[in-house]
Design a protein. Sequence first.
Length: 301
Amino acid sequence: MKIAMLSRSPNLYSHKRIKEAAEDRGHELDIVNTTRCYINMAARRPSVYYNGEKLLGYDAVIPRIGASVTFYGLAVLRQFEMMGVYPVNESVAIERSRDKLRSMQLLARDGIGLPVTTFAHDPKQTDEVLRLAGGAPLVIKLLEGTQGIGVVLADTDRSAKSVIEAFRGTGVYVLVQEFIKEAGGADIRAFVIGGRVVAAMQRQGAEGDFRSNLHRGGSAKAIRISPEERSTAVRAAKTMGLNICGVDMLRSNHGAVVMEVNSSPGLEGVEKATGKDIAGMMIDYIAKNAKPWKTKTKGRG
Protein backbone atom coordinates (compact mmCIF):
# COMPACT_ATOMS: atom_id res chain seq x y z
CA MET A 1 0.00 0.00 0.00
CA LYS A 2 1.19 3.51 -0.81
CA ILE A 3 0.30 6.23 1.71
CA ALA A 4 0.72 10.00 1.69
CA MET A 5 0.88 11.86 5.01
CA LEU A 6 0.10 15.58 4.81
CA SER A 7 2.39 17.32 7.29
CA ARG A 8 4.84 20.20 7.47
CA SER A 9 6.73 18.58 10.37
CA PRO A 10 8.30 15.26 9.36
CA ASN A 11 10.51 15.16 12.46
CA LEU A 12 7.71 15.15 15.02
CA TYR A 13 7.58 12.02 17.18
CA SER A 14 4.08 11.15 15.94
CA HIS A 15 4.97 11.42 12.28
CA LYS A 16 8.19 9.45 12.57
CA ARG A 17 6.33 6.71 14.45
CA ILE A 18 3.56 6.51 11.85
CA LYS A 19 6.10 6.29 9.04
CA GLU A 20 8.09 3.66 10.93
CA ALA A 21 4.96 1.58 11.62
CA ALA A 22 3.93 1.72 7.95
CA GLU A 23 7.34 0.67 6.67
CA ASP A 24 7.62 -2.12 9.26
CA ARG A 25 4.44 -3.55 7.75
CA GLY A 26 5.76 -3.38 4.20
CA HIS A 27 3.93 -0.21 3.12
CA GLU A 28 5.37 2.88 1.48
CA LEU A 29 4.67 6.19 3.23
CA ASP A 30 5.66 9.61 1.89
CA ILE A 31 5.51 12.68 4.12
CA VAL A 32 4.24 15.51 1.92
CA ASN A 33 4.57 19.15 2.99
CA THR A 34 0.98 20.37 2.89
CA THR A 35 1.73 23.97 1.95
CA ARG A 36 4.03 22.97 -0.90
CA CYS A 37 1.25 21.08 -2.64
CA TYR A 38 -0.74 22.78 -5.37
CA ILE A 39 -3.89 21.64 -7.05
CA ASN A 40 -5.28 21.63 -10.56
CA MET A 41 -9.06 21.82 -10.77
CA ALA A 42 -9.43 20.73 -14.37
CA ALA A 43 -12.89 19.42 -15.24
CA ARG A 44 -13.17 15.72 -14.35
CA ARG A 45 -9.39 15.48 -13.91
CA PRO A 46 -8.60 16.64 -10.37
CA SER A 47 -4.92 16.41 -9.48
CA VAL A 48 -2.40 17.38 -6.80
CA TYR A 49 1.15 18.46 -7.61
CA TYR A 50 4.16 18.50 -5.31
CA ASN A 51 7.62 19.81 -6.18
CA GLY A 52 6.64 19.96 -9.84
CA GLU A 53 5.33 16.40 -10.07
CA LYS A 54 1.80 15.03 -10.06
CA LEU A 55 1.06 12.87 -7.01
CA LEU A 56 -0.21 9.54 -8.31
CA GLY A 57 -0.80 6.01 -7.11
CA TYR A 58 -1.69 6.66 -3.48
CA ASP A 59 -4.10 4.30 -1.74
CA ALA A 60 -4.62 6.43 1.36
CA VAL A 61 -3.87 9.86 2.76
CA ILE A 62 -3.24 10.62 6.44
CA PRO A 63 -4.04 14.29 7.16
CA ARG A 64 -1.85 15.69 9.93
CA ILE A 65 -2.71 19.29 9.10
CA GLY A 66 -1.48 22.02 11.46
CA ALA A 67 -4.14 24.34 12.88
CA SER A 68 -2.49 27.39 11.31
CA VAL A 69 -2.93 25.98 7.79
CA THR A 70 -6.34 24.33 8.23
CA PHE A 71 -7.97 26.19 5.33
CA TYR A 72 -5.29 25.31 2.78
CA GLY A 73 -4.70 21.84 4.16
CA LEU A 74 -8.37 20.93 3.83
CA ALA A 75 -8.39 22.20 0.24
CA VAL A 76 -5.53 19.80 -0.56
CA LEU A 77 -7.23 16.94 1.29
CA ARG A 78 -10.49 17.53 -0.58
CA GLN A 79 -8.57 17.25 -3.84
CA PHE A 80 -7.23 13.84 -2.78
CA GLU A 81 -10.79 12.81 -1.91
CA MET A 82 -12.02 13.87 -5.34
CA MET A 83 -9.24 11.74 -6.84
CA GLY A 84 -10.68 8.72 -5.03
CA VAL A 85 -7.85 8.41 -2.47
CA TYR A 86 -9.03 7.06 0.90
CA PRO A 87 -8.75 9.72 3.64
CA VAL A 88 -8.13 8.43 7.16
CA ASN A 89 -10.17 11.39 8.39
CA GLU A 90 -12.34 13.21 5.88
CA SER A 91 -12.06 16.93 5.24
CA VAL A 92 -15.62 17.63 6.41
CA ALA A 93 -15.02 15.78 9.68
CA ILE A 94 -11.76 17.63 10.35
CA GLU A 95 -13.43 20.95 9.61
CA ARG A 96 -16.19 20.16 12.11
CA SER A 97 -13.71 19.27 14.84
CA ARG A 98 -11.56 22.36 14.27
CA ASP A 99 -14.57 24.67 14.68
CA LYS A 100 -15.04 24.78 18.46
CA LEU A 101 -18.50 26.29 18.27
CA ARG A 102 -19.81 23.92 15.61
CA SER A 103 -18.36 20.87 17.34
CA MET A 104 -20.04 21.85 20.62
CA GLN A 105 -23.35 22.36 18.84
CA LEU A 106 -23.12 18.93 17.18
CA LEU A 107 -22.12 17.17 20.39
CA ALA A 108 -24.97 18.85 22.28
CA ARG A 109 -27.41 17.88 19.53
CA ASP A 110 -26.45 14.22 19.98
CA GLY A 111 -26.86 14.34 23.75
CA ILE A 112 -23.16 13.99 24.59
CA GLY A 113 -22.12 15.41 27.97
CA LEU A 114 -20.55 18.88 27.83
CA PRO A 115 -19.66 21.63 30.28
CA VAL A 116 -22.34 24.32 30.29
CA THR A 117 -21.21 26.48 27.34
CA THR A 118 -22.47 29.89 26.24
CA PHE A 119 -21.79 32.13 23.26
CA ALA A 120 -22.95 35.61 22.24
CA HIS A 121 -22.08 38.35 19.78
CA ASP A 122 -23.27 41.50 21.57
CA PRO A 123 -21.04 42.60 24.48
CA LYS A 124 -24.22 43.96 26.13
CA GLN A 125 -25.23 40.32 26.71
CA THR A 126 -22.13 39.54 28.79
CA ASP A 127 -23.94 39.57 32.14
CA GLU A 128 -26.57 37.16 30.81
CA VAL A 129 -23.89 34.91 29.31
CA LEU A 130 -22.13 34.72 32.68
CA ARG A 131 -25.42 33.92 34.41
CA LEU A 132 -26.28 31.14 31.93
CA ALA A 133 -22.82 29.60 32.41
CA GLY A 134 -23.39 29.46 36.18
CA GLY A 135 -21.17 32.34 37.27
CA ALA A 136 -17.51 32.40 38.25
CA PRO A 137 -15.20 30.61 38.22
CA LEU A 138 -15.49 30.34 34.45
CA VAL A 139 -13.29 29.21 31.58
CA ILE A 140 -13.08 31.60 28.61
CA LYS A 141 -11.79 30.17 25.32
CA LEU A 142 -10.86 31.77 22.05
CA LEU A 143 -12.63 30.02 19.18
CA GLU A 144 -9.34 29.91 17.28
CA GLY A 145 -7.11 28.86 20.18
CA THR A 146 -5.16 25.57 20.20
CA GLN A 147 -3.03 23.56 22.66
CA GLY A 148 -4.20 25.56 25.68
CA ILE A 149 -3.37 28.93 24.13
CA GLY A 150 -6.18 31.47 24.43
CA VAL A 151 -7.79 29.74 27.42
CA VAL A 152 -8.33 31.82 30.54
CA LEU A 153 -9.72 30.93 33.98
CA ALA A 154 -11.64 33.84 35.52
CA ASP A 155 -12.14 33.59 39.30
CA THR A 156 -14.80 36.29 39.59
CA ASP A 157 -17.67 37.56 37.46
CA ARG A 158 -15.95 40.93 37.26
CA SER A 159 -12.70 39.46 35.92
CA ALA A 160 -14.67 37.23 33.51
CA LYS A 161 -16.50 40.25 32.17
CA SER A 162 -13.23 42.14 31.72
CA VAL A 163 -11.62 39.25 29.82
CA ILE A 164 -14.64 38.78 27.55
CA GLU A 165 -14.85 42.49 26.78
CA ALA A 166 -11.10 42.64 26.09
CA PHE A 167 -11.30 39.73 23.66
CA ARG A 168 -14.39 41.09 21.95
CA GLY A 169 -12.70 44.48 21.66
CA THR A 170 -10.09 42.88 19.40
CA GLY A 171 -12.79 41.40 17.17
CA VAL A 172 -12.41 37.77 18.23
CA TYR A 173 -15.12 35.43 19.49
CA VAL A 174 -15.02 33.45 22.71
CA LEU A 175 -16.87 30.58 24.35
CA VAL A 176 -17.69 30.82 28.04
CA GLN A 177 -17.81 27.53 29.94
CA GLU A 178 -18.44 26.36 33.46
CA PHE A 179 -15.26 25.44 35.34
CA ILE A 180 -15.21 21.77 36.37
CA LYS A 181 -13.44 22.26 39.68
CA GLU A 182 -13.79 18.62 40.75
CA ALA A 183 -11.57 17.54 37.81
CA GLY A 184 -8.62 18.94 39.77
CA GLY A 185 -6.69 20.13 36.74
CA ALA A 186 -6.75 16.64 35.16
CA ASP A 187 -8.41 15.39 32.02
CA ILE A 188 -8.71 12.12 30.10
CA ARG A 189 -7.50 11.61 26.54
CA ALA A 190 -9.23 8.60 24.98
CA PHE A 191 -7.66 7.51 21.70
CA VAL A 192 -10.31 6.24 19.29
CA ILE A 193 -9.58 4.17 16.17
CA GLY A 194 -12.41 2.84 14.04
CA GLY A 195 -15.12 3.37 16.63
CA ARG A 196 -13.17 1.74 19.47
CA VAL A 197 -11.16 3.22 22.34
CA VAL A 198 -7.72 1.61 21.99
CA ALA A 199 -5.92 3.53 24.75
CA ALA A 200 -6.59 6.10 27.45
CA MET A 201 -4.42 8.30 29.59
CA GLN A 202 -4.98 10.82 32.33
CA ARG A 203 -3.19 14.14 31.90
CA GLN A 204 -2.47 16.25 34.96
CA GLY A 205 -1.71 19.94 34.64
CA ALA A 206 1.46 21.42 36.06
CA GLU A 207 1.16 22.80 39.58
CA GLY A 208 -0.88 25.99 39.53
CA ASP A 209 -2.14 25.45 35.95
CA PHE A 210 -5.70 24.27 35.31
CA ARG A 211 -4.74 23.26 31.74
CA SER A 212 -3.48 19.70 31.35
CA ASN A 213 -1.60 20.03 28.03
CA LEU A 214 1.57 17.92 28.16
CA HIS A 215 3.66 20.47 26.25
CA ARG A 216 2.81 23.03 28.97
CA GLY A 217 4.46 20.93 31.66
CA GLY A 218 1.68 18.44 32.37
CA SER A 219 2.21 14.75 33.05
CA ALA A 220 0.44 11.63 31.82
CA LYS A 221 -0.29 8.13 33.04
CA ALA A 222 -2.28 5.18 31.75
CA ILE A 223 -5.81 4.97 33.12
CA ARG A 224 -8.73 2.56 33.03
CA ILE A 225 -11.83 4.45 31.97
CA SER A 226 -15.41 3.63 32.86
CA PRO A 227 -17.94 2.17 30.40
CA GLU A 228 -19.70 5.56 30.40
CA GLU A 229 -16.46 7.37 29.52
CA ARG A 230 -15.69 4.83 26.81
CA SER A 231 -19.17 5.23 25.33
CA THR A 232 -18.89 9.03 25.48
CA ALA A 233 -15.59 8.98 23.58
CA VAL A 234 -16.90 6.64 20.87
CA ARG A 235 -20.09 8.67 20.43
CA ALA A 236 -18.14 11.94 20.23
CA ALA A 237 -15.89 10.51 17.49
CA LYS A 238 -18.95 9.29 15.60
CA THR A 239 -20.66 12.69 15.87
CA MET A 240 -17.61 14.37 14.35
CA GLY A 241 -17.31 11.65 11.69
CA LEU A 242 -13.69 10.94 12.64
CA ASN A 243 -12.16 7.48 12.19
CA ILE A 244 -9.07 8.30 14.26
CA CYS A 245 -9.11 10.97 16.96
CA GLY A 246 -8.36 11.90 20.54
CA VAL A 247 -11.35 12.72 22.71
CA ASP A 248 -10.56 14.92 25.70
CA MET A 249 -12.92 14.57 28.66
CA LEU A 250 -13.25 15.77 32.23
CA ARG A 251 -14.70 13.83 35.14
CA SER A 252 -17.46 16.01 36.54
CA ASN A 253 -20.01 15.47 39.30
CA HIS A 254 -22.59 14.75 36.61
CA GLY A 255 -20.48 12.32 34.58
CA ALA A 256 -17.99 12.57 31.72
CA VAL A 257 -18.02 15.84 29.78
CA VAL A 258 -16.23 16.35 26.46
CA MET A 259 -13.89 19.31 26.10
CA GLU A 260 -12.55 18.70 22.60
CA VAL A 261 -12.28 16.13 19.82
CA ASN A 262 -8.83 16.29 18.24
CA SER A 263 -8.54 15.08 14.63
CA SER A 264 -4.71 14.95 14.72
CA PRO A 265 -3.88 13.69 18.21
CA GLY A 266 -0.24 13.37 19.21
CA LEU A 267 1.11 9.88 19.83
CA GLU A 268 4.06 10.52 22.11
CA GLY A 269 2.15 11.03 25.35
CA VAL A 270 -0.27 8.15 24.92
CA GLU A 271 2.31 5.67 23.61
CA LYS A 272 4.75 6.40 26.43
CA ALA A 273 2.02 6.39 29.10
CA THR A 274 0.33 3.17 27.97
CA GLY A 275 3.15 1.29 26.23
CA LYS A 276 0.82 0.59 23.30
CA ASP A 277 1.77 0.71 19.63
CA ILE A 278 -0.81 3.30 18.61
CA ALA A 279 0.99 4.08 15.34
CA GLY A 280 0.82 0.40 14.38
CA MET A 281 -2.89 0.27 15.20
CA MET A 282 -3.46 3.28 12.95
CA ILE A 283 -1.66 1.66 10.02
CA ASP A 284 -3.48 -1.64 10.56
CA TYR A 285 -6.80 0.20 10.48
CA ILE A 286 -5.84 1.98 7.25
CA ALA A 287 -4.67 -1.26 5.59
CA LYS A 288 -7.98 -2.92 6.45
CA ASN A 289 -10.23 -0.05 5.36
CA ALA A 290 -8.49 1.82 2.53
CA LYS A 291 -10.44 1.38 -0.69
CA PRO A 292 -10.82 3.75 -3.66
CA TRP A 293 -13.70 6.21 -3.29
CA LYS A 294 -14.48 4.98 0.23
CA THR A 295 -15.57 8.36 1.55
CA LYS A 296 -18.92 9.72 2.64
CA THR A 297 -18.50 13.09 0.93
CA LYS A 298 -16.01 12.51 -1.92
CA GLY A 299 -14.69 16.01 -1.35
CA ARG A 300 -18.05 17.72 -1.15
CA GLY A 301 -18.51 20.14 1.74
